[in-house]
Design a protein around this ligand. Structure first.
Ligand SMILES: [Zn+2]
Length: 101
């Protein structure tokens, strides 16, 4: 099995879930289809990921996008939770993103 591994856990068995495919709903929202990595479970899910805040200002802002800046507590939480194993959201949020099996 291949695909991006997100830190989200299967709500049924607790194993990691993989993003199998995603569809852009808007510039800030994607619908993602997830699959449990436990072959003995096999559960699949639909999730929605939304960009809700800016952690840093862009060099070339899109004038049609209006996002609040994160407060200090959000920035602190983001720096604590960043790891190499976390899903690459830049890849996930590209138009027509698809993860092949
Ligand atoms: Zn599972």
């Amino acid at each position: 099995m291949s695909g991006s591994v997100y830190k989200h856990q299967c709500p049924d068995c607790g194993h990691a879930v993989r993003v199998r495919n995603s569809t852009g709903l808007s510039a800030l929202v994607r619908a993602c289809y997830l699959q449990c990595s436990n072959l003995g479970c096999g559960a699949t899910f639909k999730a929605t990921y939304e960009i809700t805040h800016r952690l840093s200002p862009p060099a070339t802002p899109n004038p049609s996008i209006h996002l609040p800046m994160a407060d200090w507590a959000m920035l602190r939480s983001a720096s604590r939770e960043t790891t190499d194993n976390q899903l690459d959201f830049d890849e996930l949020l590209q138009p027509n993103h698809s993860v092949q099996s």
